[in-house]
Ligand binder design. Structure first.
Ligand code: Z5A
Length: 213
């Protein structure tokens, strides 16, 4: 693969969207072609699936149907957008990828990890981010930030225990995949988080043979 694939992960309100905008600017200044996308979403079909998944009125959605919808949105995203961008040599930054399923549907809902791994393989054809930045902070702080200026979506309406399990699920992923998943303290001021992410990404791009142009 000619490009480089980065995912940002964390509980809601961890600052992913804010940091992705700053990272894109930083990488473009260094001469990289950057493509930004998100999950669930990133293609018209995946964005239609996103609407179903986040609609608070869909409270009857069964956990099995939910995880399959996330996987469907991801498969469309991978084949229609992410793989072609990577083939073209871009740095692709995705706001969430398969670790969100492991954290929310696995740790949060308690779905079996073996089945989740199988589903990841089916949805991605084996594609994995080269680097995942986990912006970590307590679930309470993230939720308070996320819902300060807007209404809660279907997932945000889950109990605080659910969101705490999600955070623990992410921390386990950082332990399990230390080379891929880098934890950044999300309670730091915004510019300190941005500096830490930029230096981590720069170092990994250099090592992977994508130096600044
Ligand atoms: N989901 C799932 O269950 N399974 C899956 O496989 C996938 C997803 C892929 C997608 O929602 C939902 O789907 C998500 C997981 C689930 N759960 N929910 N809800 P989304 O994409 O709409 O929402 P989100 O990913 O949780 O993003 P968000 O709420 O928009 O948060 P964010 O992008 O991480 O944060 P932000 O918008 O950049 O910042 C939030 C606020 O905090 C904003 O006012 C910032 O100015 C402020 N902020 C940011 N950083 C800081 C710092 N460092 N200090 C102080 N304030 C800050």
């Amino acid at each position: 693969m000619k490009g480089f694939f980065i995912s940002l992960e964390g509980v809601e309100g961890s600052g992913k969207s804010t940091q992705i905008a700053l990272l894109k600017e930083h990488l473009e200044e260094r001469g990289h072609r950057v493509e930004v996308t998100r999950e669930p979403g990133g293609t018209p079909i995946s964005e239609a699936i996103r609407k179903i998944l986040l609609d608070p009125s869909n409270d009857a959605l069964h956990p099995t149907a939910e995880i399959l919808l996330y996987a469907s949105a991801r498969a469309q995203h991978v084949y229609q957008r992410i793989l072609p961008w990577l083939e073209a040599g871009a740095v692709v930054i995705s706001d969430r990828f398969f670790d969100s399923t492991t954290a929310y549907q696995g740790a949060g809902r308690g779905m079996a990890s073996v089945e989740i791994q199988r589903l990841h393989l089916l949805a991605t054809g084996g594609l994995s981010p080269n680097l995942t930045i986990l912006i970590d902070l307590p679930a309470e702080d993230g939720l308070a930030r996320a819902t300060r200026y807007r209404a809660s979506d279907r997932i945000e309406l889950e109990s605080i225990e659910f969101h705490r399990r999600v955070r623990q699920g992410y921390l386990r992923l950082a332990d399990e995949y230390p080379d891929r998943v880098r934890r950044v303290d999300g309670m730091q001021p915004l510019d300190a988080v941005a500096r830490e992410i930029a230096s981590t990404v720069d170092a990994r791009l250099d090592t992977a043979g994508h130096p600044a142009k």
